[in-house]
Design a protein around this ligand. Structure first.
Ligand SMILES: [Zn+2]
Length: 501
């Protein structure tokens, strides 16, 4: 009898090896696509993005969760590289910092072409799988990176952004972050402001995945209700398993199921166990829970490697993915379920997002030129879709004209200007500030009743007070201040706010 007891550990070890071998077999065919990795942030923090620094060599990079050998050992076949700039860059240099992080991802892919394949589509991911490379995608973490501009959003798309996390740990003027739910931030948008809804629609139209990690529950629900495509949580876990507000509560998980969306589980100890310590088995508990509530189609991985200070025992770096898969197999996950979590669920959601893009009504045709025949009079013309007004010069030196000389007419209906905003920062010489505004959509200068010209609107004399004419974020994104005759675009912002929705 005692010999049986003695054999049990041996049996356990052999079984463990069996599941590990099975995990590797499956992952050779279906490598993992991870939703969130902050290696680009490490490259900035450690090397100021100097990839040629010998210490930054990704084949030997030390003291990070991620390097090329670890990616290989972990069967990582797809990675959303996080493009992140901290919240304190909001309304300041967030766009520049975002562009620099996009740049470092591109340069990383160019520097290691045998390992990384920069891709922007689900087909690109499949191509990378076939070539045995890490499909490298860009996820922008934090809506402050678009600086409340649909134009910036579209430009980031052109530069490769394929998901946008609507907030980081701060509200944007148009979406609330998760700290609203802890009481550490004040709700501003009650989910999504009208402009936030525009952002969601534009992301749908472009074919960008919408990421709801980091947002408030109200923002999660508003977006899940509004989006025409499934969404992702690129790095969030289950609230019922660990009651952190960064995690996804069960009622939202049910919406995830209804919308065929995806939760990619975050491994950060504090979101796994709600303490500083966690282990691989506890991560599997989150995966089990999401599978139970939202279904196996809703499960994915978003380890948050290199973005967090503590990771679970057994999941110390990206090489450990096969151990987690082995644990799921041990918990009776089927091969199809495991493959879904590894890659197929993300591919499914991405393809759905791409289909929504393709199904979007096309842009209005260009106007008929004099060399084209006019349409026959008898054919009724379709209703003319709203055409964007002619673009005005973008913000910059071309804008640096005294406010009094701005004469363009507003592109939007003036009747809808009925709200307000506040200006920032308080260090400007307010007594000499004059203000104009610009359109959200076109950046066209906009004369706002009550604020253009001199003297400044009385409200401006106290920094932070409301500008009655600058609060409809559909129309107005910023203010032009001319303290001492010097125009200072970019130093003043309309902090939009909205009423209940
Ligand atoms: Zn994050």
């Amino acid at each position: 009898m005692w010999t049986r007891w003695w054999l049990w550990p041996l049996v356990a070890v052999c079984t463990a090896d069996f599941f590990r071998d099975e995990a590797e077999r499956i992952m050779r065919d279906s490598p993992v696509i991870d939703g969130h990795n902050d290696l680009p942030w490490q490259l900035l923090s450690m090397f100021n993005n100097r990839l040629q620094d010998t210490r930054a060599n990704l084949t030997t990079l030390a003291n990070t969760h991620t390097n090329i050998p670890k990616l290989r050992a972990g069967f990582v076949g797809g990675q959303f590289w996080s493009v992140y700039t901290p919240c304190d860059t909001q309304n300041q240099d967030a766009v520049r910092r975002t562009l620099e992080q996009i740049d470092v991802v591109h340069r990383m892919c160019q520097m290691y072409p045998e390992t990384f394949l920069y891709v922007t589509s689900s087909a690109g991911i499949r191509q990378a799988f076939q070539e045995g490379k890490v499909a490298s995608l860009i996820g922008v973490e934090g809506g402050h990176s678009i600086d409340s501009s649909l134009g910036v959003l579209r430009a980031l798309y052109q530069l490769g952004m394929r998901y946008l996390t609507l907030t980081h740990n701060c509200n944007t003027p148009w979406a609330d972050n998760w700290l609203v739910d802890t009481g550490d931030s004040k709700p501003q948008s009650q989910g999504l402001s009208p402009f936030g809804q525009r952002v969601v629609k534009e992301l749908n139209r472009l074919g960008v995945l919408i990421d709801l990690a980091h947002v408030s529950v109200a923002t999660m629900k508003a977006t899940l209700q509004l989006s025409r495509a499934p969404v992702i949580f690129s790095h969030s876990s289950a609230y019922s398993v660990c009651a952190s507000r960064r995690n996804v509560p069960d009622d939202v998980l049910r919406l995830v199921k209804q919308t065929d969306s995806l939760v990619m589980v975050n491994f950060y100890n504090n979101y796994i166990s709600c303490t500083n310590k966690a282990n691989l088995s506890q991560v599997a508990d989150h995966l089990d829970h999401i599978k139970e509530v939202a279904g196996a189609r809703a499960v994915g991985f978003g380890g948050d490697f290199d973005g967090v200070p503590r990771v679970p025992e057994g999941l110390e770096d990206v090489s450990k993915y096969p151990d987690l898969i082995a644990e799921l197999l041990r918990r009776n996950w089927t091969e199809a379920e495991v493959k879904g979590a590894l890659a197929n669920n993300l591919l499914r959601v991405f393809e759905a997002v791409e289909q929504v893009r393709m199904g979007w009504p096309p842009e209005p045709p260009p106007p008929t030129t004099s060399r084209q025949a006019a349409p026959p009079v008898s054919v009724p013309r379709p209703a003319t879709p709203r055409r964007l007004p002619r673009r005005s010069p973008s913000r910059g030196t071309s804008w640096a004209a005294p406010a009094g000389r701005i004469t363009a007419t507003p592109p939007g209906p003036p009747a809808s200007i009925a709200s307000g905003g506040s200006c920032w920062p308080p260090s400007l010489p307010w007594s000499s500030v004059s203000v104009s505004c610009e359109s959200w959509e076109t950046r066209a200068p906009f004369r706002a009743p009550g604020v253009q010209g001199r003297p400044a609107h009385p409200g401006l004399r106290t920094p932070g007070t409301l500008l009655p004419a600058c609060k409809d974020q559909h129309l107005l994104s910023g203010c032009l201040a001319s303290p001492g005759g010097q125009d200072t675009w970019g130093q003043l912002r309309t902090h939009t706010h909205t009423g209940p929705q």
